[in-house]
Design a protein around this ligand. Structure first.
Ligand SMILES: Nc1ncnc2c1ncn2[C@@H]1O[C@H](COP(=O)(O)OP(=O)(O)OP(=O)(O)O)[C@@H](O)[C@H]1O
Length: 907
């Protein structure tokens, strides 16, 4: 065979493996290399190739670019070629003998990806004495190796080819009849042994480049022995840690049994030596033996389960112990089972949880799925399936008088809201059931006490309070949780809240329900809330993460919103709206006097009792100062900014008082005097220049083309909306600016159309047929351009503004108006009247023009003091609006227009 080997062979560099003689392996080549080798094999009259490793090693006998190609490789015979895999070709080859490269025939790489090489075979030989010695060594090594492999549980099918080779060697030694010399057989077996260990690329490379037979076998012996040693040590380490774990488990198991026999602490008295004696017994028999021998145990009331764990029947009944700790459970699993037993799970989910526990006990603790199941079960165990005080004590008796006291103690005014809340609580008290009561929703501008009302109700009902912020929630999964298949899945806000509260009957405040984001591709959070809020469905609310129903019917839900407009319809349908309006100046003064100032004084270390003018160490904020704070430093419907400003004043006074105390302390005499009274001139120092003091409309100049409108923002605040109009040469176009939405733009177009249609009646044109502004552009602008504006309520103000511009007559700036205009000049009602009127009053408006239908809102909602301070004109048509706005009859014969509310009155 040796002489038959061809000299010139295709050179195949091996990048990740080393081929040794007699070893069969697969070589995967792609693209040009594969094509090139196939072509060469076709052209040659043999199937031999030369494989040599290519890579970085410390060996100095390398060739090729960078010296990375090993000079000594292995001649191989191609046994099979598999071209069925696209892009790759697999060559099944068997190593024949070592060979050394004599020459490499360079080929153009573009044409042919593989080189040819002239090689000289290297046949390692040994004499009989050497052979006899090495045959014994290698044989023993093989036997040891097979023994080790069997010990660590390697399947016999894996070891059988190896065993076969070993037997062949034995046979050959006995019969001495074989085709290849015995030394070669021995070398082949040694190579095979090396490949059976986890020898590295470099280790195999080191064996390949050796040419002397004894050297090769010696190197292989060293490598294999080293690997077996490592295997042995790791096995020993594993055994040691398993033994340790077993001991711990057994100890724990015995302690558990002792605890069952005598829960009153007998275990504490059992010494460790006792435990070690007990641990020699098998667990079940130990349990029985202990139950009989212990004088503390009560054998008559105990029962042995099929696991051998003793349970008191009463205990089973009381704590619903369903998940028995098993003797092979680890500490964590037993702890988890105990937690689940304490959680009193409802019967319909017990089977699901049992299944998960079984799965958990079968999976190794380090497996990722184990972590997932454990997290899930921990969540289940932490949830308040049954309130600790459930049944008789679950629902504290609602004292309506106490609830009223609580509401009054926390909030000034809000009479209507308080009345409705007390009615609601009365129904709860009488009916003893949340289920049928509607969900209350407090709607109003920021800072009017919606959230704090929720807290007061929780206090009155003695329930835990939890706030769920819904502002910006865009994903259904935030409400209902993620399915467990997602990485990092967790339950939603509702289940999370219940876990935090620890009881199943808390009060949940769904804050900012109007700020839910809808229409995203992540599902509809509002739809998920429907199930939560619907009393008919929420007794079986299923969070995606839990995947088992949870009864929410004991939870009391209260929602808050700034505006009902953006609350999704179906949600709105399930709620009862309680409107909280903005406060008047007087109301704010009262709130500040009775609630905010005492609260801030207390928060800053001043006793609230010391707020009298005679007090030495308090802070005195007189009504004058309070009025200035409200008028000049805040501009809001609620009292949140006022609260902040009062805190600022208190801080300042606190600093003054601290300085005063310090200087007295150093000088031991009372030289500096602390003045508790906040003075007018102090305000500029404490809070800076007044923000709104100079902005009164009363000081503004009346100008044609500027009109005061009234606005109501999304956040529920009212405000002044100045509207400006101007004209310039052009083509009769209308230009609108000021971040206007579609609805307000349409309103402007209607206003312009109405003015154009009635231009002759309005004396803006001289003939009926004359076109208004044929060569002029009209520009309407609503300042504060960064703030988006929308809605139809500026309709009449825009129409008046255009008429004012074109007629040259100014409307007093202290006259404000709001109302929707129709194309035929009707004035339709609008929302937010109370906030608009209050803000108009704050801004110095003296006359308000409103739609006639809104008279009801004005009478019901606006405080008398404000009503009396304002001249209010209710209008049905634009003609009435114009009369009120211009304070003169703009059109002498306007009565005719009033009657017909049309543009053809002159006809
Ligand atoms: N009628 C009131 N009496 C006493 N304090 C009040 C009253 N109204 C509001 N407050 C106080 O105003 C502050 C703000 O109230 P709260 O946070 O409840 O406002 P909110 O209406 O929930 O606002 P938002 O819509 O911004 O959440 C609280 O400190 C609250 O005590």
């Amino acid at each position: 065979m040796s002489t038959d080997l061809p000299k010139i062979l295709p050179l195949v560099p091996l990048y990740d493996k080393v081929l040794l003689p007699s070893i069969v392996t697969k070589i995967v080549l792609d693209g040009n290399e594969a094509k090139s080798l196939l072509r060469k094999l076709e052209n040659n009259d043999h199937t031999f190739i030369f494989c040599t490793p290519y890579g970085k090693t410390d060996n100095d006998n390398n060739l090729g670019p960078g010296g990375n190609l090993c000079q000594i490789g292995c001649v191989a015979n191609v046994l099979d070629v598999d071209t069925s895999i696209s892009y790759n070709t697999v060559f099944l080859v068997q190593g024949v003998c070592r060979a050394q490269i004599q020459d490499i025939h360079g080929q153009d790489l573009n044409e042919d990806a593989l080189f040819d090489s002239t090689v000289e075979p290297l046949w390692a030989s040994m004499d009989d004495a050497e052979y006899g010695l090495w045959a014994k060594v290698i044989r023993q090594l093989c036997v040891d190796f097979i023994g080790k492999m069997q010990m660590i549980g390697v399947a016999s099918s894996v070891l059988s080819p190896f065993q076969k080779r070993l037997n062949q060697l034995d046979d050959q030694q006995q019969t001495a009849t074989t085709s290849s010399p015995p030394s070669m057989q021995l070398m082949d077996l040694a190579h095979f042994l090396l490949c059976m260990t986890e020898a590295s690329f470099n280790e195999k490379w080191a064996v390949l480049i050796l040419t002397d037979a004894s050297g090769i076998l010696h190197e292989i012996q060293t490598i294999v022995t080293r690997h077996m040693q490592v295997l042995h040590e790791s096995k020993q380490m594993q055994q040691r840690s398993e033994e340790k774990l077993d001991r711990k488990r057994r100890e724990f198991y015995l302690r558990q049994q002792l605890h069952v026999i005598n829960p009153s602490g007998y275990t504490e008295k059992v010494s460790l030596s006792n435990l070690s004696v007990l641990s020699s017994l098998s667990p079940p028999s130990t349990a029985v033996a202990l139950s009989k021998s212990s004088s503390h145990s009560e054998p008559s009331t105990n029962a042995t389960t099929n696991n051998g764990v003793l349970r008191s029947p009463k205990q089973d009944e009381d704590d619903g112990c369903l998940f028995m700790p098993m003797h092979d459970d680890d500490d964590d699993l037993t702890g988890l089972k105990n937690q689940l037993n304490k959680a009193c799970l409802p019967s319909h989910i017990q089977s699901t949880i049992k299944r998960d526990l079984q799965r958990l006990s079968k999976i190794p603790g380090s497996a990722p799925e184990s972590v997932l199941i454990r997290t899930y079960l921990e969540w289940i165990a932490d949830l308040p399936w049954k309130s600790p005080s459930s049944s008789s004590l679950s629902r504290p008796v609602v004292e309506i008088s106490a609830a009223k006291q609580q509401l009054d103690a926390d909030h000034f005014g809000l009479d209507q809201a308080k009345r409705r809340i007390l009615e609601y609580l009365s129904v709860l008290k009488v009916k003893k059931d949340n289920a049928a009561s509607p969900i209350l929703c407090f709607v109003g501008p920021p800072g009017v006490g919606k959230t704090t009302l929720g807290i007061s109700i929780a206090k009155a009902l003695q329930r835990n309070f939890h706030r769920i912020a819904l502002g910006g929630v865009r994903d259904e999964a935030e409400i209902r949780g993620h399915r467990r298949t997602y990485v990092g899945a967790l339950p939603g806000l509702v289940i999370n809240g219940l876990k935090k509260c620890g009881v199943n009957n808390p009060l949940f405040l769904l804050d900012e329900i109007d700020k839910l984001v809808q229409g995203t591709h992540q599902g509809d959070p509002a739809a998920a809330l429907l199930e939560v809020l619907d009393p008919a469905q929420n007794n079986a609310f299923t969070d995606h993460f839990l995947n088992v129903p949870f009864d929410l019917s004991n939870v009391l839900f209260i929602a808050t919103a700034n505006s009902v407009d953006t609350i999704p319809g179906p949600l709105l349908d399930r709620m009862e709206i309680i409107q909280l309006d903005g406060y008047t100046v007087d109301e704010k003064m009262d709130i500040a006097r009775s609630y905010l100032i005492p609260k801030q004084l207390q928060a800053h270390g001043f006793s609230s009792a010391s707020t009298t003018k005679n007090s030495v160490d308090g802070v005195v904020i007189t009504d004058d100062i309070l009025f200035q704070l409200i008028e000049n430093y805040t501009f809001e419907s609620g009292v949140r900014s006022l609260d902040r400003i009062i805190a600022g004043v208190c801080r300042y006074k606190c600093r003054e008082y601290a300085d005063h105390l310090e200087s007295n302390h150093h000088q031991h005499t009372s030289t500096t005097k602390y003045d508790p009274v906040v003075r007018c001139e102090d305000l500029a120092v404490i809070l800076g220049m007044a923000i709104h003091g100079n902005e009164s409309l009363a000081d503004s100049v009346d100008t044609p083309g500027i009109v005061t409108g009234l606005a109501y923002s999304q956040s529920g605040c009212g405000g002044i909306l100045p509207i400006e109009a101007n004209q310039m040469p052009g083509h009769g176009r209308l230009k609108l600016t000021g971040s206007l939405g579609d609805v307000i733009k349409e309103s402007a177009q209607i206003a312009v159309s109405w003015v154009k249609a009635n231009a002759y009646a309005l004396k803006l044109t001289t003939t009926q047929r004359q076109i208004l502004l044929p060569d002029m552009d009209l520009h309407l602008h609503i300042p504060n351009g960064a703030v988006p504006k929308d809605g139809p309520s500026a309709g009449i103000a825009m129409a008046v503004c255009i008429i004012s511009l074109l007629s040259g007559k100014a409307v007093p700036r202290t006259t404000a108006m709001t109302g929707e205009i129709t194309l035929r000049g009707q004035v339709r009602p609008v929302g937010g009247i109370k906030e608009k009127v209050l803000s108009a009053h704050r801004a110095g408006v003296t006359k308000v023009i409103l739609p006639a239908v809104n008279e009801r809102d004005m009478v019901q909602d606006v405080p008398d003091k404000v009503k009396h301070a304002l001249a209010v004109v209710y209008c049905r048509t634009m003609w009435e609006v114009l009369d009120a706005a211009f304070e003169e009859k703009l059109i002498q014969d306007s009565e005719a227009f009033h009657c017909q509310a049309g543009h053809s009155s002159r006809l």
